[in-house]
Design a protein around this ligand. Structure first.
Ligand code: ZN
Length: 304
């Protein structure tokens, strides 16, 4: 019996750490995406440019390519009047990444927050969010995603809804990450969850791999401490970390946000996270193909 691509991903992960790709949005901005423009729409309007970004990350040595669907739920796309096109956008995004990945990489179907706050703190009924996540997950799988990535979550309850929806849609593998901030009490998500609470909620909901991404105030050193916490909380489940390229800084002259971490320093940090137990490393805001090349080179030395 031939194994599925997802089973091959897990088998490879058992042998060596995997390299995920870097930021998509900032790369699309380089290619002309305007601020305020719907990034996800580019998979149908400018498929060549989205393909180009995937190709650059593949060439950089990424084992995992992430679809351009962070804000791809009907609820998030409604802000751009594109909710009725959600299924088509997610399918097209997964197909694009799959075409580029071929047999050289795996495709993670990206699922970000739906953009509101769940009851009782906010106004969105859990069933409404669950339906939006289910539709997105189904379209990503239909388009060829090998696993689904539920990322940048702050509310463990929202993450759990998305993970359950991904499983219901038939995802063989779900990876879940949270965005943590540094607080006087330690690392917390914006909704106040600590690493242990968040990771346990994700694993209980059906994620196989869990960890952290983004986290705007976190330095690469903070991420090392966080990685140790995540590894302890995961109790044997593989841990993924995808930090930003340092903390964002606003250039006073241009008003543009920049990230100061150079590729070499990023790669050194990624190697440290692997030594601390992380099994998948990649990059979030501000990371580029140059960061992924440097990280992948170091990472492959761990392959043994
Ligand atoms: Zn980020």
């Amino acid at each position: 019996m031939t194994r599925t691509r997802t089973q091959a991903l897990l088998a490879t992960l058992a042998l060596r750490p995997l390299q995920c790709d870097g930021a998509t949005g900032t790369q699309l901005q380089v290619l002309g995406l305007q601020s305020g423009e719907c990034c996800e729409r580019w998979v149908t309007d400018h498929p060549d440019r989205v393909r180009h970004v995937h190709q650059r990350y593949l060439d950089a040595g990424a084992d995992l390519l992430t679809t351009n669907t962070f804000g791809g739920t009907t609820l998030a796309l409604a802000a751009h009047g594109l909710d009725t096109r959600a299924a088509g956008i997610n399918r097209a995004a997964a197909r694009l990444a799959r075409e580029v990945a071929g047999e050289r990489a795996w495709v993670l179907g990206d699922m970000g927050p739906f953009g509101g706050i769940l009851e009782p703190y906010g106004e969105t009924e859990p069933a409404t969010a669950a339906a939006a996540f289910l539709a997105q997950a189904a379209a990503l799988i239909e388009g060829g995603a090998d696993a689904l990535l539920v990322e940048t979550m702050s509310d463990p309850a929202e993450s759990a809804l998305a993970i359950a929806a991904a499983r219901e849609a038939g995802a063989e593998l779900v990876i879940a990450t949270f965005a943590f901030q540094r607080t006087p009490a330690g690392f917390r998500t914006m909704m106040g969850a600590d690493a242990a609470t968040a990771i346990r909620a994700a694993l209980d909901a059906g994620a196989t791999i869990a960890g952290a991404n983004c986290g705007t105030q976190l330095s690469l050193d903070d991420y090392a401490k966080l990685t140790a916490e995540l590894t302890a909380a995961a109790a044997g489940a593989p841990v993924i970390v995808q930090p930003n390229a340092g903390s964002p800084e606003r250039d006073p002259a241009t008003g543009r946000i920049t990230y100061g971490t150079a590729p070499g320093a990023f790669a050194d940090a990624a190697a440290r996270y692997i030594a601390l137990g992380a099994r998948i490393v990649g990059g979030c805001c501000g990371t580029t193909p140059a960061h992924i090349v440097a990280s992948a080179c170091k990472n492959k030395k761990h392959a043994g």
